[in-house]
Design a protein around this ligand. Structure first.
Ligand SMILES: Nc1ncnc2c1ncn2[C@@H]1O[C@H](COP(=O)(O)OP(=O)(O)OP(=O)(O)O)[C@@H](O)[C@H]1O
Ligand SMILES: [Mg+2]
Length: 238
Protein backbone atom coordinates (compact mmCIF):
# COMPACT_ATOMS: atom_id res chain seq x y z
CA UNK A 1 0.00 0.00 0.00
CA UNK A 2 1.19 3.53 -0.78
CA UNK A 3 2.13 5.90 2.04
CA UNK A 4 0.20 8.68 0.33
CA UNK A 5 -2.34 8.53 -2.43
CA UNK A 6 -3.43 11.73 -4.15
CA UNK A 7 -6.76 11.21 -5.93
CA UNK A 8 -8.39 13.65 -8.34
CA UNK A 9 -7.13 16.71 -6.49
CA UNK A 10 -8.31 20.10 -7.74
CA UNK A 11 -7.60 23.51 -6.24
CA UNK A 12 -9.08 26.85 -7.22
CA UNK A 13 -8.65 30.33 -5.82
CA UNK A 14 -10.14 32.97 -8.11
CA UNK A 15 -9.15 30.64 -10.93
CA UNK A 16 -8.21 26.99 -11.17
CA UNK A 17 -4.61 26.34 -10.01
CA UNK A 18 -4.45 22.53 -9.76
CA UNK A 19 -6.34 20.26 -12.12
CA UNK A 20 -7.14 16.59 -11.43
CA UNK A 21 -3.84 15.46 -9.87
CA UNK A 22 -3.35 11.73 -9.31
CA UNK A 23 -0.23 10.06 -7.94
CA UNK A 24 1.13 7.90 -5.14
CA UNK A 25 4.15 8.16 -2.90
CA UNK A 26 5.50 4.82 -1.71
CA UNK A 27 7.08 4.22 1.69
CA UNK A 28 10.72 5.36 1.70
CA UNK A 29 10.46 6.72 -1.85
CA UNK A 30 12.13 9.99 -2.84
CA UNK A 31 9.97 11.53 -5.53
CA UNK A 32 10.50 14.75 -7.46
CA UNK A 33 7.92 17.34 -8.46
CA UNK A 34 9.13 19.67 -11.11
CA UNK A 35 7.70 22.53 -13.12
CA UNK A 36 8.19 26.15 -13.99
CA UNK A 37 7.42 29.06 -11.68
CA UNK A 38 3.69 29.47 -11.04
CA UNK A 39 2.66 25.96 -12.13
CA UNK A 40 1.26 25.18 -8.66
CA UNK A 41 4.08 23.35 -6.84
CA UNK A 42 3.84 25.26 -3.56
CA UNK A 43 0.04 25.12 -3.66
CA UNK A 44 0.27 21.33 -3.95
CA UNK A 45 2.84 21.22 -1.11
CA UNK A 46 0.51 23.20 1.18
CA UNK A 47 -2.35 20.84 0.37
CA UNK A 48 -0.25 17.74 1.00
CA UNK A 49 0.78 18.91 4.44
CA UNK A 50 -2.77 20.00 5.27
CA UNK A 51 -2.06 23.74 5.51
CA UNK A 52 -4.81 24.11 2.89
CA UNK A 53 -7.70 21.96 1.69
CA UNK A 54 -8.22 20.86 -1.91
CA UNK A 55 -11.34 22.20 -3.64
CA UNK A 56 -12.12 18.62 -4.73
CA UNK A 57 -10.41 15.29 -4.35
CA UNK A 58 -8.87 13.11 -1.68
CA UNK A 59 -5.59 12.64 0.09
CA UNK A 60 -5.26 9.18 1.55
CA UNK A 61 -2.45 9.06 4.06
CA UNK A 62 -1.57 5.77 5.66
CA UNK A 63 -1.55 7.08 9.20
CA UNK A 64 -4.41 9.61 9.33
CA UNK A 65 -4.26 9.88 13.11
CA UNK A 66 -1.04 11.74 13.63
CA UNK A 67 -0.70 13.77 10.48
CA UNK A 68 0.95 16.85 11.99
CA UNK A 69 3.82 14.68 13.12
CA UNK A 70 3.98 12.32 10.16
CA UNK A 71 4.14 15.02 7.47
CA UNK A 72 6.72 17.78 7.81
CA UNK A 73 7.51 20.56 5.40
CA UNK A 74 10.62 22.61 4.76
CA UNK A 75 9.75 25.86 3.02
CA UNK A 76 11.17 27.73 0.05
CA UNK A 77 11.89 30.75 2.23
CA UNK A 78 13.57 29.50 5.44
CA UNK A 79 12.16 32.27 7.65
CA UNK A 80 8.63 30.85 7.08
CA UNK A 81 9.49 27.88 9.29
CA UNK A 82 10.18 30.12 12.31
CA UNK A 83 8.28 32.29 14.76
CA UNK A 84 10.11 35.64 14.95
CA UNK A 85 10.07 35.79 18.76
CA UNK A 86 11.10 32.22 19.41
CA UNK A 87 14.76 31.48 20.08
CA UNK A 88 16.36 28.60 18.19
CA UNK A 89 16.66 26.70 21.50
CA UNK A 90 12.88 26.62 21.90
CA UNK A 91 12.26 25.86 18.21
CA UNK A 92 14.44 22.74 18.45
CA UNK A 93 13.18 21.79 21.91
CA UNK A 94 9.49 21.72 20.91
CA UNK A 95 9.49 18.41 19.00
CA UNK A 96 11.39 16.68 21.82
CA UNK A 97 8.88 18.09 24.29
CA UNK A 98 5.68 17.31 22.34
CA UNK A 99 6.55 14.00 20.75
CA UNK A 100 9.07 12.45 23.12
CA UNK A 101 8.09 14.11 26.40
CA UNK A 102 11.66 15.01 27.26
CA UNK A 103 12.47 17.87 29.63
CA UNK A 104 14.90 20.62 28.65
CA UNK A 105 17.84 19.04 30.41
CA UNK A 106 17.26 15.69 28.69
CA UNK A 107 16.77 17.28 25.28
CA UNK A 108 19.79 19.62 25.29
CA UNK A 109 22.52 17.06 24.46
CA UNK A 110 20.32 15.64 21.70
CA UNK A 111 19.71 19.14 20.29
CA UNK A 112 23.44 19.87 20.25
CA UNK A 113 24.20 16.56 18.57
CA UNK A 114 21.61 17.33 15.89
CA UNK A 115 23.05 20.83 15.35
CA UNK A 116 26.46 19.31 14.68
CA UNK A 117 24.88 16.90 12.19
CA UNK A 118 23.59 19.83 10.15
CA UNK A 119 26.89 21.73 10.35
CA UNK A 120 25.90 24.15 13.14
CA UNK A 121 26.77 24.33 16.84
CA UNK A 122 25.33 25.39 20.20
CA UNK A 123 26.25 29.08 19.74
CA UNK A 124 23.02 29.59 17.76
CA UNK A 125 20.74 28.38 20.56
CA UNK A 126 20.11 31.77 22.18
CA UNK A 127 19.66 33.59 18.90
CA UNK A 128 16.42 34.71 17.28
CA UNK A 129 15.74 33.73 13.64
CA UNK A 130 16.50 37.22 12.29
CA UNK A 131 20.02 36.98 13.73
CA UNK A 132 20.90 34.04 11.46
CA UNK A 133 21.48 33.79 7.70
CA UNK A 134 19.11 32.04 5.30
CA UNK A 135 21.49 29.10 4.95
CA UNK A 136 21.83 28.75 8.73
CA UNK A 137 18.06 28.91 9.16
CA UNK A 138 17.54 26.27 6.47
CA UNK A 139 20.00 23.96 8.29
CA UNK A 140 18.06 24.46 11.51
CA UNK A 141 14.76 23.80 9.74
CA UNK A 142 16.27 20.54 8.45
CA UNK A 143 17.49 19.71 11.96
CA UNK A 144 13.99 20.15 13.31
CA UNK A 145 12.53 17.93 10.59
CA UNK A 146 15.13 15.28 11.45
CA UNK A 147 14.16 15.46 15.12
CA UNK A 148 10.47 14.93 14.32
CA UNK A 149 11.27 11.87 12.14
CA UNK A 150 8.30 12.29 9.78
CA UNK A 151 7.24 9.50 7.45
CA UNK A 152 6.85 12.12 4.69
CA UNK A 153 9.11 15.15 4.31
CA UNK A 154 8.05 17.78 1.79
CA UNK A 155 10.93 19.98 0.58
CA UNK A 156 9.65 22.95 -1.41
CA UNK A 157 12.52 24.59 -3.34
CA UNK A 158 14.57 24.48 -0.17
CA UNK A 159 17.75 25.75 -1.77
CA UNK A 160 16.45 28.33 -4.21
CA UNK A 161 16.72 31.34 -1.87
CA UNK A 162 20.36 30.51 -1.01
CA UNK A 163 23.80 31.23 -2.51
CA UNK A 164 25.31 28.53 -4.71
CA UNK A 165 27.85 27.40 -2.07
CA UNK A 166 25.22 27.18 0.65
CA UNK A 167 22.93 25.39 -1.82
CA UNK A 168 25.56 22.71 -2.38
CA UNK A 169 26.00 22.23 1.39
CA UNK A 170 22.24 21.87 1.90
CA UNK A 171 22.04 19.38 -0.98
CA UNK A 172 24.83 17.30 0.64
CA UNK A 173 22.96 17.39 3.92
CA UNK A 174 19.75 16.27 2.34
CA UNK A 175 21.53 13.47 0.48
CA UNK A 176 22.64 12.08 3.86
CA UNK A 177 19.07 12.33 5.01
CA UNK A 178 17.83 10.53 1.91
CA UNK A 179 19.96 7.54 2.89
CA UNK A 180 17.69 7.14 5.89
CA UNK A 181 15.31 4.80 4.10
CA UNK A 182 12.36 5.15 6.48
CA UNK A 183 11.37 8.61 5.32
CA UNK A 184 9.60 9.34 2.04
CA UNK A 185 10.60 12.66 0.53
CA UNK A 186 8.75 14.82 -1.93
CA UNK A 187 11.40 17.02 -3.46
CA UNK A 188 9.94 20.05 -5.22
CA UNK A 189 12.07 22.10 -7.58
CA UNK A 190 12.15 23.92 -10.91
CA UNK A 191 15.64 22.48 -11.50
CA UNK A 192 15.81 18.97 -12.89
CA UNK A 193 19.60 18.81 -12.40
CA UNK A 194 18.91 19.00 -8.66
CA UNK A 195 15.94 16.64 -8.71
CA UNK A 196 17.80 13.93 -10.57
CA UNK A 197 20.42 13.79 -7.80
CA UNK A 198 17.81 12.44 -5.40
CA UNK A 199 14.79 11.09 -7.19
CA UNK A 200 14.23 7.99 -9.28
CA UNK A 201 10.73 9.03 -10.14
CA UNK A 202 9.61 12.51 -11.19
CA UNK A 203 6.27 14.19 -11.76
CA UNK A 204 6.21 17.11 -14.19
CA UNK A 205 3.60 19.84 -13.65
CA UNK A 206 2.53 22.43 -16.18
CA UNK A 207 -0.24 24.95 -15.46
CA UNK A 208 -1.47 22.81 -12.57
CA UNK A 209 -1.70 19.57 -14.57
CA UNK A 210 0.54 16.51 -14.56
CA UNK A 211 1.98 16.33 -18.06
CA UNK A 212 4.46 13.52 -17.46
CA UNK A 213 5.44 11.10 -14.74
CA UNK A 214 8.06 8.38 -14.60
CA UNK A 215 11.72 7.68 -14.08
CA UNK A 216 14.40 10.11 -15.26
CA UNK A 217 15.13 7.64 -18.09
CA UNK A 218 11.47 7.73 -19.14
CA UNK A 219 11.54 11.54 -19.18
CA UNK A 220 14.36 11.40 -21.71
CA UNK A 221 12.00 9.57 -24.03
CA UNK A 222 9.21 12.11 -23.61
CA UNK A 223 8.20 14.08 -26.66
CA UNK A 224 6.61 16.82 -24.61
CA UNK A 225 8.29 20.15 -25.31
CA UNK A 226 8.13 21.30 -21.67
CA UNK A 227 9.88 18.12 -20.53
CA UNK A 228 12.52 18.49 -23.21
CA UNK A 229 13.17 22.10 -22.12
CA UNK A 230 13.57 20.98 -18.50
CA UNK A 231 16.05 18.32 -19.61
CA UNK A 232 17.98 20.84 -21.68
CA UNK A 233 18.16 23.30 -18.74
CA UNK A 234 19.31 20.47 -16.44
CA UNK A 235 22.04 19.52 -18.89
CA UNK A 236 23.26 23.13 -18.97
CA UNK A 237 23.18 23.43 -15.16
CA UNK A 238 24.70 20.07 -14.38
N1 LIG B 1 -3.50 32.02 -1.74
C1 LIG B 1 -3.60 32.25 -3.05
N2 LIG B 1 -4.61 32.98 -3.57
C2 LIG B 1 -4.72 33.20 -4.90
N3 LIG B 1 -3.85 32.73 -5.81
C3 LIG B 1 -2.83 31.99 -5.37
C4 LIG B 1 -2.64 31.71 -3.97
N4 LIG B 1 -1.52 30.93 -3.83
C5 LIG B 1 -1.05 30.75 -5.08
N5 LIG B 1 -1.83 31.38 -5.99
C6 LIG B 1 -1.60 31.36 -7.45
O1 LIG B 1 -1.45 30.02 -7.84
C7 LIG B 1 -0.48 29.88 -8.87
C8 LIG B 1 0.53 28.85 -8.47
O2 LIG B 1 1.31 29.33 -7.38
P1 LIG B 1 2.37 28.43 -6.63
O3 LIG B 1 2.99 29.28 -5.57
O4 LIG B 1 1.74 27.17 -6.22
O5 LIG B 1 3.43 28.16 -7.82
P2 LIG B 1 4.88 27.49 -7.76
O6 LIG B 1 4.90 26.44 -8.80
O7 LIG B 1 5.22 27.12 -6.37
O8 LIG B 1 5.82 28.70 -8.25
P3 LIG B 1 7.34 29.04 -7.82
O9 LIG B 1 8.22 28.10 -8.61
O10 LIG B 1 7.52 30.46 -8.29
O11 LIG B 1 7.48 28.90 -6.35
C9 LIG B 1 0.08 31.29 -9.09
O12 LIG B 1 -0.54 31.83 -10.20
C10 LIG B 1 -0.31 32.03 -7.84
O13 LIG B 1 -0.49 33.39 -8.10
MG1 LIG C 1 6.73 27.68 -5.01
Amino acid sequence: MALLEVKNVFKSYEREILHDLNFCVQKGEVIGIIGESGCGKSTLARILCHIEKPTHGDLLFENQKNITREIQMIFQNPIESFSPRMKIRQFLYEPYHYYEHLNKKEALPLIIKMLYQVGMDETCLDKYPHELSGGQLQRIAIARALIVKPTLLICDEITSSLDQIVQDDIVCLLKQFVQNKDTSILFISHDLSLVQQFCKRVIVLKDGKIIEKGTIQQLYKSENEVVQNLLKAAYLNG
